[in-house]
Design a protein around this ligand. Sequence first.
Ligand SMILES: Nc1ncnc2c1ncn2[C@@H]1O[C@H](COP(=O)(O)OP(=O)(O)OP(=O)(O)O)[C@@H](O)[C@H]1O
Ligand SMILES: N[C@@H](CCO)C(=O)O
Length: 321
Amino acid sequence: MAVYTEVNDEDLACFVAEYDIGGVLACKGIAEGVENTNYILRTEKGAYILTLYEKRVRRDDLPFFMALMEHLSASGVTCPTPIRRRNGKVLGELAGRPAALISFLEGVWIKKPNVEHCGAVGRALAAMHNATLGFPMERPNALSLAGWETLYSQADGRADSVQAGLDAAIAEELAFHRAHWPQGLPTGVIHADLFPDNVFFLKGRLSGLIDFYFACTDILAYDVAICLNAWCFEPDHAYNATKGRALLAGYRAVRPLSDAEMAAMPVLARGSALRFMLTRLVDWLNVPPGALVKPKDPLEYWKKLRFHQRVAGPAEYGFDL
Ligand SMILES: Nc1ncnc2c1ncn2[C@@H]1O[C@H](COP(=O)(O)OP(=O)(O)OP(=O)(O)O)[C@@H](O)[C@H]1O
Ligand SMILES: N[C@@H](CCO)C(=O)O
């Protein structure tokens, strides 16, 4: 459970008084997520998500995330939108952390996505990319190539304690990406973490996207590769080509992918697998004492990476070329 920071009743009441949302009825920690502290807050006027931003979110980046959610909501993408305080601002401070209230989105995330879910997420991702074209702000991706090197150094030579030989294998993989990371592909604002737990469905239909706290400016097709990894592998780590085809077809029905973007998919998928393997590895090696959080398995992403290493071209993903 991701509750890194506890909030006492008095501080909460003061925080909520800054908004025009009535008094607090209930506030409960949310047993999901690994990045930030989240509570579901019920007040006399409705339900909200109260988020306290933890270590990996830089304070300077928060205005970007808030403005992005507002822009997407206004452009017809169903996603949470920040609630404004009486002073017109969206960010405050609670228990020593930057904190915000965002609107509550109905729906549940799907633990075992099927082919239809993959198609729906492809369409929603492309719609999000199209909607961000007019968004004026930029945020470089702190978790691209240079960021992977930093993460690797944070693992501090301890990757071998997770799997023998992993340290050297990661170093080789980083060298591969330094030499082969694609240049010149279309860029824009990407979600960068559109995993099943960040996509809600209601009555069988996709009802919204959440968790924009990794959103950044990067290669649009990289976001597709992130989804390919997150949605199209089975629990036994086998790639499911039918799901991959559905995800790609859904995406391309809304935003076409060029030949260059398609050709880059294996290296983008490989890079995406490395990125999530590394953040998981660092978390795995550094669980904060007393935190109610279950770290995610870095080796799941290492296995996906190994799959992409063997892929010669996009046809091997089962895509319709
Ligand atoms: N706007 C929202 N409406 C409804 N529920 C939400 C909303 N935002 C977050 N949640 C709930 O809180 C959980 C955690 O939120 P979120 O994914 O943003 O946290 P996180 O710590 O950033 O997680 P992650 O590990 O995915 O980065 C979600 O799975 C969902 O149950
Ligand atoms: N979606 C990420 C966690 C949040 O960054 C993962 O599964 O590793």
